[in-house]
Design a protein around this ligand. Structure first.
Ligand code: ACO
Ligand code: PYR
Ligand code: MG
Length: 352
């Protein structure tokens, strides 16, 4: 048997570590905003970021130069103390360096021991299989016990290797700490040997061409989404495990239109949120990952038409039944969560 027994799955992995969570906390996580914590100027904006983003993340991994890793770690711990994260209802996360790097051990030990009470989630990059989660799980439990933490820290894995992709279901199920998984399109592209130099999004050469026209006129063609399979598979793995799927980064900061479309496709396929690398992407993510007022109103009409969630009803010529009721509930519950945080959208959802 390679799995833990059901009883042991929910036992703390170290004496004195907090009990693992049986259910994930219900939180609005439309965007995970990335902050380079070694930059004093950007770090100074963290209190402001905490009022704008649902989650603020101190990034210690890629995009932080090797000679700034120590400063970034110090900056991340300072970020933990700069804001009353739980009081504000904003998530505080950190992306640590990979398990095989010279920085992982110190990243995790200092974060848990010095900012463990504030830290909601550790993001683990380049996760290859459940063994990576098991190692980090045990290590964090030891540190939680040492720090006397009462609330367990959760894990978020990034899907950015072909092996991680092949084992995504096992990664999602590896520990009760698992909160979610994000797509890592840049590293995944490299590992798969995709011939791209981009961070997410489409590619002008990845397209489908219409059949030839009889008159020989120019054939229409359109770009396709090279991430469709990966996102859909990640969503299935996450939802099967009862955790959340996230899109990830969109690197062309100037192309807000393509960014919005990529985010929207991920939202429609089941993702809870995405990453924002630049302040301009926070607004895009907010717009996309909050359901549109028209959709919310229609969803609530479905719920009202079938109060106990069973039977059949016709709305605007469209058949509704138990299954559309469940879809409507997803949208309505998300709108309730958004409304708690966003009075403008609450008003728009309630308007006739
Ligand atoms: C593949 C992956 O792993 S993706 C994850 C790793 N990458 C990252 O985390 C990147 C995070 N983002 C960044 O470092 C930056 O946004 C960059 C480098 C992409 C662009 O930075 P800039 O060229 O400075 O952008 P720009 O000039 O438009 O910035 C405008 C303002 O926003 C600030 N800003 C930029 N990015 C951020 C951010 N992530 N958080 C807070 N403030 C930011 C800038 O400091 C600047 O402030 P100022 O007006 O007071 O001077
Ligand atoms: C998200 C990330 O780390 C990547 O795309 O590689
Ligand atoms: Mg990466």
């Amino acid at each position: 048997m390679s799995q833990k027994t059901p009883r042991n799955f929910f036992k703390p992995l170290a004496i004195g570590a907090p009990d693992p969570m049986r259910e994930l906390p219900i939180r609005l996580e439309r965007m995970i905003h990335f902050v380079p914590p070694h930059l004093d100027k950007v770090r100074a904006k963290v209190p402001q970021m905490a009022t704008q983003a649902d989650v603020v993340l101190a990034n210690l991994e890629d995009a932080i130069p090797a000679d700034a890793k120590d400063a970034a770690r110090d900056g991340a711990i300072e970020m933990g103390k700069m804001v009353d994260w739980q009081g504000k209802g904003t998530g505080f996360w950190s992306r640590v360096n990979p398990l095989n790097s010279p920085w992982f051990q110190e990243d995790v030990s200092r974060l848990v021991l010095e900012a463990g009470e504030q830290l909601d989630v550790i993001m683990l990059p380049k996760v290859e299989g459940p063994w990576d989660i098991h190692f980090a799980d045990q290590y964090v439990a030891q540190l939680e016990a040492k720090a006397g933490l009462k609330r367990p820290i959760l894990f978020h894995a990034i899907l950015e290797t072909a092996q991680g992709m092949a084992l995504v279901e096992e990664i999602a199920l590896a520990s009760p700490r698992m909160q979610g998984i994000s797509l890592g399109p840049a590293d995944l592209a490299a590992d798969r040997k995709m011939k791209t130099t981009r961070v997410g999004g489409g590619h002008p050469y990845y397209r489908v061409v219409d059949d030839p026209n009889e008159d020989g006129s120019k054939r229409e063609s359109a770009q396709q989404d090279p991430w469709h399979y990966t996102i859909a598979r990640m969503v299935d793995a996450c939802r099967m495990a009862g955790i959340n799927a996230f899109y990830g980064p969109f690197g062309d900061i100037a192309d807000s239109e393509a960014c919005e479309q990529q985010f929207r496709n991920a939202f429609l396929l089941g993702c809870s949120g995405t990453w924002s690398l630049h302040p301009s992407q926070i607004e895009i993510a907010k717009r996309v990952f909050s359901p549109a007022p028209d959709e919310v109103k229609f969803a609530r009409r479905i719920l009202e038409a079938m109060p106990d969630g069973t039977g059949v009803a016709m709305l605007d010529g469209k058949m509704q039944d138990d299954a559309t009721w469940k879809q409507a509930k997803v949208i309505s519950d998300l709108a309730d969560l958004v409304s708690e945080k966003d009075p403008e959208l609450a008003k728009a959802y309630a308007a006739d």
